[in-house]
Design a protein around this ligand. Structure first.
Ligand SMILES: C[S@@+](CC[C@H](N)C(=O)[O-])C[C@H]1O[C@@H](n2cnc3c(N)ncnc32)[C@H](O)[C@@H]1O
Length: 191
């Protein structure tokens, strides 16, 4: 089992007070996107639910932690969403389990402080169809954020862009989120 370092979570209400999930997904271009999405590390389903409500395809929400899988699955059924598959899976050891070039979107949210970010981005590249997008968000590189991994492992946007390019992805744009002041975002593309 290869849990990403420093990927523990506070209580759901606290975690979700840090984001405007729908606003972030809108800014990254997810609204009405055709095709499926793969979410690496879905946590409480904070972004899973919002993505499923704005996208037309299926969201494959993966997490290694059974408590997170249960939390997300319960939420999906409470809201009555039909387009989410929640799976307990170690994406480090096993990859995401989806066919190559089968997805239109990969979500790498608060996860790229991982020991092997380029490996993860290569897996994102593999699963994306041509023209497919990677949405990345992470905590600002700032010691005053209310949470986030230690600064010595917290990636900056420029670093994530370079990792993405190493993995064969093309940088599209950076984003900031008015409703989520502690985070920055980025869109990469498989072209
Ligand atoms: C910091 S949380 C972020 C959750 C979600 N992306 C969000 O931003 O709300 C990271 C999540 O990744 C999961 N995770 C860590 N290592 C993993 C692995 N190897 N395979 C699958 N999930 C993993 C953790 O259990 C945790 O739920």
């Amino acid at each position: 089992m290869t849990k990403v370092r420093d990927s523990g979570m506070p209580a759901a209400e606290q975690w979700e007070s840090y984001f405007d999930a729908a606003g972030i997904l809108e800014s990254l271009g997810c609204r009405d996107l055709n095709g499926d999405a793969v979410e690496f590390g879905c946590g409480y389903g904070t972004f899973t639910i919002a993505a499923a409500q704005m996208m037309l395809g299926t969201i494959y929400a993966l997490d290694i932690d059974p408590r997170m899988v249960t939390a997300t699955a319960e939420r999906v059924s409470r809201v009555g969403l039909q387009n989410v598959v929640v799976e307990q899976r170690d994406f480090v050891a096993e990859g995401c389990g989806r066919e190559s070039q089968s997805a239109s979107l990969v979500l790498l949210f608060n996860i790229l402080h991982f020991e092997d970010p380029v490996g993860l981005l290569r897996e994102a590249h593999r699963v994306l169809r041509l023209g497919g997008l990677v949405g990345i968000i992470h905590w600002n590189y700032d010691e005053h954020t209310p949470r986030g991994p230690p600064l010595n492992i917290r990636p900056r946007p420029q670093q994530c862009r370079a990792w993405g390019e190493d993995a064969g992805l093309r940088w599209v744009r950076n984003e900031s989120f008015p409703g989520s002041p502690w985070h920055w975002g980025m869109v990469l593309k498989r072209s």
